[in-house]
Design a protein around this ligand. Sequence first.
Ligand SMILES: [Zn+2]
Length: 186
Amino acid sequence: MLHGIDMASYYVALRRVRRCFKNFTQTGYLIVRNHIFPRETLAISQEDMKKTLVFGGAVVVLLIVGALWSRQLQTRDPSILSRSGLHWHPTLQIYVRGERVDIPKNIGLGSRHKPVHTHDDLPIIHLEFSGIVREKDAMLGRFFESWDRDMRSLGKNVRMTVNGVDNTEYEQYIMRDKDVIELHYD
Ligand SMILES: [Zn+2]
């Protein structure tokens, strides 16, 4: 069924329209339900045809401009880190009262791999995305989501450094390839 018309009668109608059109282009007569319309009596003047073509052309141009414009907007979107995926490896070291806390292997590697995960090369965090990657995808909080732990629950009074520099962005910090991130708790 196609919008309430069964396919057989749809094809019959389609064939009829095609035959009509072929006849019209070859002979200049349009035959609809046994009425014959010569080309000259049809209300389609050359002028009308031209108008239709111009209008159709304008619609096509608008569609193309619209598509390019939306692409342009995406290109300008500063929240996009990559359009063709990324594979980054920051490291994360966690200390509670100066004692190193081990991050488990294979975080986020269930039946469906999460894009932010660990393998056995700790303390490296793997960010493996395909397609468009936005800043929020690479936030440190995403790692704790994969781990299913609250970043604030590992200890008290969290302090963070990134590449040796104090940082207060915590969960919102956008990780970069080869960052060395440290979390220290009391
Ligand atoms: Zn990796």
